[in-house]
Design a protein. Structure first.
Length: 295
């Protein structure tokens, strides 16, 4: 049960995150202001709950500042990713952002006490190959190495740093307190940024406002409470690589709601991607115990 709960939380988080690209593709609000309202509405809903239920515990100054830093890192990732999608394509931005497991692995190797196991690197290679198969090899012939390309790569790096820092913070701070502090920092940071860049805070349609609230509830609160819980109890490398599977779910949702085509190549790529993720969860000790128990 100890291992099951974090994995179930991670699956729940992945399902919730997978909806986000579909909502972004509707383009009912500018990318930057969309990121702001995602954080603002989320903290508006979360803050009264944690205060009234007395679930908020202010950590030490060091970890409060680190939690706030996580908020700035994550909101920067979302904002940069949104801009990358608008300036290029969702496929290019998603693919380059999903290089984050590579950055997490490298960061873990240099900065964390627990270094990635061999099966992580094997799983990463297999998963990235699956991701490439999913989007198509010919796709790479059309890559534009412009500002959007750099923003998408930057998004993956920011997300990797966020995972590594949050893993450290969540070892000392409970999930609800961490989320509250990081969302307050995210909202303030993006609010100032949107105001300085003259982004429109109003003027959206009823559908637009509904989508913004949906992003806050499903894609932020439900998703990242689940992912943060998983990060607290699992390796950051496993969490980052598992999040690649959202590409498969997003493709299915795009097929259902946006009438985008799913090809046999995409199915094959998805299977390879999932197999790569499964490799990272392979435990040699448990496997040996099962082998000897059969004998």
């Amino acid at each position: 049960m100890k291992l099951t709960k974090p994995r179930l939380a991670l699956i729940c988080g992945i399902l919730c995150i997978s909806i986000f690209p579909i909502l972004v593709k509707l383009q009912l609000a500018p990318g930057l202001i969309s990121a702001f309202y995602r954080m603002f509405f989320a903290v508006t809903l979360l803050l009264p709950y944690v205060l009234l239920s007395k679930n908020f515990k202010l950590p030490t100054l060091k970890f409060t500042l680190l939690a706030a830093l996580c908020g700035i890192l994550f909101s920067s990732d979302v904002a940069v990713w949104n801009i990358a999608i608008q300036d290029s394509s969702a496929t290019q931005a998603s693919l380059l952002t999903n290089l984050s497991p590579l950055w997490v692995g490298i960061g873990s190797f240099f900065f964390l006490k627990v270094r990635p196991a061999t099966n992580f690197w094997i799983g990463t290679v297999v998963s990235l190959f699956g991701m490439i198969t999913l989007v198509g090899f010919s796709f790479f012939m059309d890559l534009n190495f412009n500002q959007a390309f750099l923003f998408a790569v930057l998004s993956g790096i920011l997300y990797a740093i966020y995972l590594l820092v949050s893993k450290n913070v969540l070892s000392q701070v409970d999930v609800l307190s961490f989320m509250t502090i990081s969302l307050i920092a995210s909202s303030m940071y993006l609010g100032i940024l949107c105001y300085s860049l003259n982004q429109p805070f109003t003027g959206f349609s009823n559908t637009g406002w509904f989508v913004l609230i949906l992003q806050a509830v499903i894609c932020q609160l439900c998703a990242w409470l689940s992912v943060s819980y998983a990060t607290q109890h699992m390796r950051a490398t496993r969490v980052s690589l598992s999040l690649l599977s959202q590409a498969i779910i997003t493709s299915i949702l795009a097929w259902l709601f946006l009438e985008e085509q799913i090809t046999l190549q995409m199915v094959f790529g998805g299977i390879i991607l999932l197999f790569g993720i499964r490799i990272t969860f392979y435990n040699k000790t448990i496997a040996l115990k099962r082998l000897f128990s059969y004998n």
